[in-house]
Design a binder for this molecule. Structure first.
Ligand code: FKS
Ligand code: ZN
Length: 343
């Protein structure tokens, strides 16, 4: 299976993540890429190719221009405000404070565009987000051209990013820009299946009123897990998109037997939708040893996940999302690709 990768995805190096009331070293760390690409090499998964540049047009097909402009200037404006640390929001529009215009001050704009406060911005952030979407777009072009599967080793991840929101370590929604690319290049229907531990709120939000992209997500129950405020089973789409969003919230402690039942239901929904291609938002924070998640999947289970996905029989793009048990992330992510290739 082709892998699209760039060592430059290691360049996003923020120092801080707000976690449990402390500024800690970010869980979404550069070393994640090293373990995955190293494992891909030792397992001879396939050719490793660098990304082509795709510019902003595919991004602006999904994200609002003001949001992308904010990402571009946020660090500059944060520094101009004289702040010493990394850019972190500390106020948000909330109940009965919906606000009017987007605030002028960077502190207000951070809160306007951030869905959560754990994700620090710094000088590297915007470039890193652009590189990550170029990796996804290069990979989806390969699937579109050849019909063969591909793996986009994206970092930073993307599935929490909505048209005008960042957070959960995400800035540009890599799977969404990839799906839109497939539609722009002639596909009628695309399914996005999100198997990261966390709900793909951004992906859901982007396609919520559309019937040409079926979005499905298996994830920790938002009553107890990030992102808390979206991801419930009763969110099924709106208007034209009614019936084209499927959420599978699952309880803390979910094991593979229970998780795979939800996967099989999701796979049946994908088959019914009969898409031209399948995009997998591949997070492996469903792993039993993941430090911030609470499912109990084991490394061999990821082989079986890959095999089940292969049996759907669609051109498939895998896009890296989360996973924070860093030593095992390579085994677990690559096991999905091995299971797929060997099925
Ligand atoms: N008490 C736990 C706090 C968790 N705070 C943020 C979690 C972000 C998860 C990001 C991800 O894994 O979903 C992605 F795939 F986007 F990287
Ligand atoms: Zn996750």
């Amino acid at each position: 299976m082709l892998i699209v990768h760039s060592d430059a995805t290691r360049d996003r190096r923020t120092l801080t993540e707000l976690f449990a009331g402390q500024l800690v070293a970010p869980f979404e760390c550069p070393e994640r890429v090293d373990y995955i690409i190293e494992r891909a090499r030792t397992e001879s998964i396939g050719e490793i190719r660098g990304p082509d540049e795709h510019g902003l047009e595919p991004v602006l097909a999904i994200h609002d221009a003001d949001y992308i402009d904010f990402l571009r200037v946020a660090w500059r404006d944060w520094q101009a405000a004289g702040y010493e640390g990394e850019a972190i929001p500390n106020i948000w529009p909330t109940r009965r404070m919906p606000g009017g215009p987007i605030p002028r001050h960077i502190e207000g704009r951070l809160g306007y565009y951030a869905l959560a406060g754990e994700t620090s911005l710094n000088a590297d952030t915007f470039e890193a987000a652009l590189l990550s979407k170029d990796i996804a777009l290069t990979a989806v072009d390969q699937v579109l051209d050849s019909g063969a599967p591909a793996f986009a080793l994206c970092r930073p991840p993307g599935h929490h990013a909505a048209r005008d929101q960042y957070g959960g370590y995400c800035f540009i929604n890599n799977v969404a820009v990839s799906a839109q690319r497939a539609l722009d290049r002639g596909h009628q229907r695309v399914a996005i299946l999100d198997i990261d531990f966390h709900h793909g709120n951004g992906t859901q939000d982007i396609f919520y009123e559309r019937s040409d992209v079926l979005t499905l997500s298996l994830h920790g129950d938002p009553m107890d897990e990030f992102p808390y405020f979206l991801g419930f089973a009763n969110e099924t789409g709106r208007g034209e998109g009614e019936g084209y969003n499927v959420n599978y919230p699952l309880p803390s402690g979910t094991d593979y037997a229970r998780w795979a039942q939800a996967l099989d239901d999701a796979i049946a929904r994908v088959r019914d939708f009969a898409p031209d291609m399948l995009i997998i938002a591949l997070g492996v924070d469903t792993f039993e040893n993941d430090p911030i998640s609470s499912f109990t999947l084991q490394s061999d289970d990821y082989l079986d996940i890959g095999a089940r996905l292969k049996r759907i029989g669609l051109p498939t793009l895998f896009v890296m999302e989360g996973g924070y048990a860093v030593e095992e992330i390579g085994v677990n992510a690559i096991n999905v690709l091995k299971g797929f290739d060997n099925a």
